[in-house]
Ligand binder design. Structure first.
Ligand code: ZN
Ligand code: ZN
Length: 327
C-alpha cells in the first residue's frame, strides 16, 4: 500500500499543505487542500503524475476540517461522482464551513478579548471560510477512533489525536508503523492548540493542550518509524520531536506564567504582552495559545482563575492562601 504525498500551495502563512494519495482500491485521498484555483491545479497535476483520474477517487478522508486541508473536499467529491467523505464527528466547528460563531464569541469574551477585536476576528474568519465549501451533515460519514480503512493490499487504522482541533485524526499503516498525522505532528513548528468549544458540551472550552499532550504520547506508544505531517517534511525521528515539543511546551508555559502579574490578567492581556506585534489572524492564534497554556498551568495547579462579574476569566498565580483554602 503506497502512500503518495502531494504538496499543494495555500494562501496561508503556514505555506504549502501536504495531502496524501493512496492509489489503490478504493482510491483514497487524505486531505484535499484549500479551495483555490492554484491548489486545485496542483492536485490535478499530482493525481496525473500518479496516473489517477479525479473520477477514480472513491474516498476522501480528512485529518481535520481546517480550510487548508478540507477546502476542496466538496469539489473533489463532486468530480469523483460517488466518493464518500470521512471526517471525525468532533470537527463540528468547521466541517459545515462555519465556526460555531456564538460559542466561539463566548470563549473570546471569557478570554477577555475586547468587543471590537472580536468583531475584527469574526470578519477575518469569514474571509478564511471562503477557502472551503460547506459539507452538510448528510454529505460525510464519521470517522471513529480505531476504525480500519481497508485497501486491497492493507489497512490504515484511525487514531483519534485531538489537540490542534477536537476531531483531528491520524492514520497508522501498521505493517511498518508509518503515520499520516495532519497538523498533529509538524517538523518545524509546534502546532497551535486552537481555541474551540468542547464538542461534547459547547458551553465549555475544549482542553486543547492537555488533549494534545495525550495525543502526542499516544502516537509515541505506536513507535512510529515515519510520520507524514500536514506541512513540511516527514519526521523520521519521532522521539526527538516528541521531546522537543515537550520542552517547547514547558518553556512556553513558564513564559506564560511569567506574564501573569500579581493582580491577575486575562488570557487576552497575557497574549498582548507575549505577542505585542501579532496582527490579524495571529491575534486569534496568540490568544488561543495563551488560553491553552493558562488552562494547562491551572490544571497543573500553578494558576487559579476567577470569573469576573462581566464574564471575563482572570488568572492569577496561586498563593499560600489558595493552598490553605484547598487543604
Ligand atoms: Zn490545522
Ligand atoms: Zn494545516
Amino acid at each position: 500500500m503506497k502512500i503518495v504525498p502531494i504538496s499543494l500551495p495555500t494562501p496561508f502563512y503556514i505555506g504549502p499543505v501536504n495531502v496524501y494519495l493512496i492509489a489503490e482500491d478504493p482510491v483514497t485521498l487524505i486531505d484535499t487542500g484549500p479551495k483555490t484555483k492554484e491548489a486545485h491545479e496542483a492536485l490535478r497535476e499530482g493525481l496525473r503524475a500518479a496516473r489517477v483520474r479525479p473520477a477514480d477517487i472513491r474516498r476522501i478522508v480528512l485529518t481535520h476540517a481546517h480550510e487548508d486541508h478540507c477546502g476542496l473536499a466538496k469539489q473533489v467529491r463532486d468530480e469523483a461522482k460517488d466518493a464518500e467523505v470521512l471526517v471525525h464527528g468532533w470537527e463540528t466547528g468547521h466541517r459545515a464551513g462555519r465556526l460555531e460563531y456564538e460559542e466561539h464569541r463566548q470563549l473570546l469574551v471569557r478570554a477577555g478579548v475586547p468587543d471590537a477585536e472580536i468583531e475584527a476576528m469574526r470578519k477575518m474568519y469569514e474571509g478564511v471560510r471562503s477557502y472551503a465549501d460547506a459539507l452538510a451533515d448528510d454529505e460525510h460519514r464519521e470517522l471513529m477512533d480505531d476504525d480500519e480503512l481497508e485497501f486491497s493490499t492493507g489497512t490504515l487504522r484511525v487514531v483519534h489525536t485531538p489537540g490542534h482541533t477536537p476531531g483531528s485524526c491520524s492514520f497508522l499503516r501498521e505493517a511498518d508503523r508509518t503515520i499520516i498525522a495532519g497538523d498533529c505532528v509538524l517538523k518545524r513548528v509546534t502546532p497551535n492548540p486552537v481555541l474551540s468549544p468542547d464538542p461534547v458540551d459547547p458551553t465549555r472550552r475544549f482542553r486543547s493542550l492537555e488533549e494534545y499532550l495525550v495525543s502526542l504520547a499516544r502516537l509515541r506508544a505506536l513507535s512510529p518509524t515515519l510520520v507524514h505531517g500536514g506541512h513540511g517534511e516527514d519526521v523520521t525521528d519521532y522521539e526527538e520531536l516528541f521531546n522537543r515539543y515537550l520542552r517547547a511546551i514547558r518553556e512556553r508555559q513558564a513564559h506564560v506564567i511569567g506574564h501573569v502579574p500579581k493582580a491577575g490578567a486575562t488570557a487576552w492581556e497575557v497574549s498582548r504582552q507575549m505577542f505585542p506585534d501579532a496582527a490579524d489572524v495571529h491575534r486569534f492564534l496568540a490568544v488561543s495559545e495563551s488560553v491553552a497554556h493558562l488552562d494547562l498551568a491551572q490544571a497543573d495547579g500553578k494558576l487559579v482563575f476567577e470569573t469576573n462579574t462581566d464574564g471575563r476569566e482572570v488568572y492569577r498565580r496561586r498563593t499560600a492562601e489558595d493552598f490553605g483554602a484547598r487543604a
